[in-house]
Write a new protein. Structure first.
Length: 230
């Protein structure tokens, strides 16, 4: 995944309100992750403090409900959220400010722009929840979950770290599972159907999931662990 990989999707659905513009201008710089210009790895302690020893990454946090819940329930963990959708970024900024959350840092762009800046073996958990499935065959190359991305996740994740994937698209679920099972660095944790059909207790319901739940397959929750390095 090259840092300059083209972005497909929407940056915004409406103009930001003045309050949101103010947050983007004044508050975002206080908690924004900025990749180094010389290609060196980020020092996460400069963003979270040296006392923070565990870090999680959420790719595409939408409006931030899941990221906010995780941060509130894991105050000793540093959370990095990457999201190019500016309305979602502004929405999360408002909630962080309102609730005085201090363990979230934001990268307001596509995750491809920051993945190469994350140190090896630095991330304890990665969340990729309901990414765009790009269902048309000619668009599948745009999918976030691919071999290249899994290779990078494998590099930045610590041994025994968890990768959580979710989708409500049956074909994309099959795609995710096939790639995850074939990757030498990951192992699927499911032992029975409920392990991928039922949302775990520490995996809060998001507005997106609630809105898109149907009588069909429904959401699929896939959990992989990063196998120990030899």
């Amino acid at each position: 995944m090259k840092p300059n990989k083209r972005f497909y999707g929407r940056r915004r659905t409406r103009s930001l309100r003045q309050k949101e513009k103010d947050l983007m201008k004044t508050f975002l710089p206080e908690i924004e992750i900025v990749p180094s210009s010389d290609g060196t790895f980020l020092d996460l302690s400069t963003y979270f403090g040296k006392s923070t020893q565990q870090f999680c990454l959420e790719v595409g946090f939408g409006k931030g409900e899941h990221l906010l819940w995780q941060a509130q329930n894991n105050e000793d963990v540093g959370f990095i959220g990457a999201e190019p959708f500016l309305n979602g970024v502004a929405s999360l900024l408002s909630k962080i400010k309102e609730k005085n959350i201090n363990n979230i840092r934001i990268f307001p762009d596509t995750v491809s722009q920051i993945l190469h800046s994350l140190p090896s073996q630095s991330i304890n958990k990665v969340f990729v929840l309901f990414p765009d499935p790009w269902p048309k065959s000619r668009h599948q190359k745009r999918r976030l979950i691919n071999i290249e991305t899994l290779d990078i996740f494998a590099r930045i994740m610590t041994d025994d770290a968890e990768l959580r994937l979710a989708t409500d698209d049956a074909e994309y679920a099959s795609w995710m599972l096939r790639l995850g099972l074939s990757h030498k660095s990951f192992e699927w944790t499911a032992l029975r159907p409920d392990d991928w059909r039922i949302r775990p207790s520490d995996w809060p319901l998001t507005r997106y999931e609630e809105k898109n739940r149907s009588g069909g397959l429904g959401p699929v929750y896939l959990r992989f662990v990063r196998l120990p390095r030899n």
